[in-house]
Design a protein around this ligand. Structure first.
Ligand code: ARG
Length: 471
């Protein structure tokens, strides 16, 4: 059979070829070439369905498959020539396929549209990214647990409103981030389910005319389910938006942690020391050891959140079904996925090597107003209702402040002036160990409780690693 065609095979109905300015403006190849391996995988699954439907015979199937794998090799080795004229990765690959196996290659796009093709490629890409990001997230979690495990009895000032509030275990503080990243991990697994839907067979919007075995395609590609509405399938980008939301949450948590470490690294706090290799010098001030990486991770968060907004805004006014606006979906997703992967990877290394200056942390507790809540509790234990004890403690704090004394420096006589129930054992409360040990609730900072929870984390990580492997 002699198939006549123009150089650009989707332009049969046009008299003129695409202009350079149009090609440059409409092409997405610079970005979506990252989908190449998934596009080829999707095409091979589709090819199997075409054979089963009797559209290609076994020889044609083998020829096409061989050619697709050859193209894959060309792309991987950098030999493949991408051409903006063929718009995107799908057509660049198909163009080359038809060059390699003209007659059979021209059959591959039967029963398929780029609309369902791009959806499946993008889903495969995101599934893969989720696996990678979830993996590095767990590696970071493992580092946090190591720190938590070895710092149960390191006590630091805990803050609210960025003011000394109550003493807490360093483990408890670090474990708070473990909890945030654990929610992020679970969120990623939830998103995975949303993404894990096979949309090939939806065609342009209406489904396809041939007997395409969609379940077979899903099985080959490893999808958990197949879409139920072809119109929704080709115009749905919820999965990409949800993924970017999950990434935004990770970015926000990372950014908070970075902010905290930047503060802890300041000369005012001096709670931590960052390894030289993760800091930079100043071009003018020789003494500087700047936490630039932490600042950059914090800085990149803005871009990631903007990418989520870009996607939402891109979609918000699109009528069913596919609209070309949707081509703009890849850049924000790919950019955010790369940034989060890189941020987590480098942050994990920083955390692994950070040194805690425990002496300076302990110094933070010398300001013993941090025990004011423990003083109020002491009064409650002596039978005074809390609201009253709070007020009495307030008066004691104010008295001490005016007298220029620390709470632990007040005499028993001075204490008794406000509350005669106070006895000599009052001095026991100005002690981090006493303060922490008495926080008895589940999820509190008592040493034993922190230890119990950290042990759970260790088991959790092993289980979660298994879940990632099973994806
Ligand atoms: N490059 C396009 C995209 O990423 C592929 C789908 C093109 N479909 C179309 N009807 N023009 O969205």
């Amino acid at each position: 059979m002699n198939i006549k065609g123009t150089d650009n095979f989707v332009r049969g109905r046009f008299q003129e070829d695409i202009s350079e300015i149009t090609a440059n403006f409409t092409s997405s190849i610079d970005i979506d070439k990252k989908l190449a391996a998934f596009d080829i995988g999707g095409s091979i699954a589709h090819l199997c369905a075409l054979e089963r439907a009797g559209i290609v015979d076994n020889k044609e199937k083998k020829d096409i498959e061989r050619a697709l794998l050859k193209i894959k090799g060309e792309i991987e080795s950098g030999k493949f020539v991408f051409n903006k004229k063929y718009e995107d990765i799908h057509m660049n690959i198909e163009k080359r396929l038809i060059e390699l196996v003209p007659e059979s290659g021209a059959k591959l796009h039967t029963g398929r549209s780029r609309n369902d093709q791009v959806s499946v490629d993008f889903r495969l890409y995101i599934k893969n990214e989720i696996k990678n990001i979830a993996g590095v997230l767990l590696d970071l979690e493992a580092e946090l647990v190591k720190i938590a495990k070895s710092n149960i009895d390191t006590v630091i000032p805990g803050y609210t409103h960025f003011q000394h509030a109550q003493p807490v275990s360093l483990s408890h503080h670090v474990s708070a981030y473990y909890e945030m990243f654990l929610r992020d991990f679970k969120r990623l697994l939830n998103v995975y389910e949303t993404v894990d839907v096979m949309t090939l067979g939806s065609g342009a919007l209406a489904g396809v005319d041939f007997d395409i075995d969609r379940q077979m395609e899903a099985d080959i590609l490893g999808f958990g389910s197949i879409s139920r509405n072809s119109m929704d399938a080709v115009s749905d980008r919820d999965f990409a938006i949800e993924f970017n939301f999950a990434l935004s949450m990770i970015a926000m948590h990372l950014s908070r942690f970075c902010e905290e470490l930047i503060i802890w690294n300041s000369s005012e706090f001096n709670f931590i020391e960052l390894k030289d290799e993760f800091t930079t010098g100043s071009s003018i001030m020789p003494q500087k050891k700047n936490p630039d990486i932490l600042e950059l991770i914090r800085g990149k968060t803005g871009g990631i959140i903007s990418n989520l907004l870009s996607l939402l805004i891109m979609m918000k006014a699109l009528p069913l079904t596919y609209n070309r606006d949707m081509q703009e979906d890849k850049k924000p997703v790919m950019e955010s996925a790369d940034t989060i992967y890189d941020s987590l990877s480098i942050f994990k290394e920083i955390i692994k090597t950070v040194k805690f200056n425990k002496e300076n942390m302990a110094k933070g507790l010398e300001d013993d107003f941090i025990y004011a809540t423990d003083l109020a509790t002491y009064l409650v234990k002596k039978g005074i209702p809390f609201r009253k004890s709070h007020e009495m403690t307030g008066r004691i704090v104010s008295y001490a402040e005016n007298a220029g004394k620390k709470l632990s420096e007040l005499s028993l006589k001075e204490y008794k002036e406000t509350a005669d129930v106070i006895e000599g054992d009052i001095l026991d409360i100005f002690n981090p160990k006493t303060s922490l040990s008495s926080k008895k609730t589940v999820g509190g900072t008592a040493f034993k409780e922190v230890e119990r929870v950290v042990k759970k984390y260790e088991r959790e990580i092993v289980d979660n690693k298994k879940s990632v492997r099973a994806l």
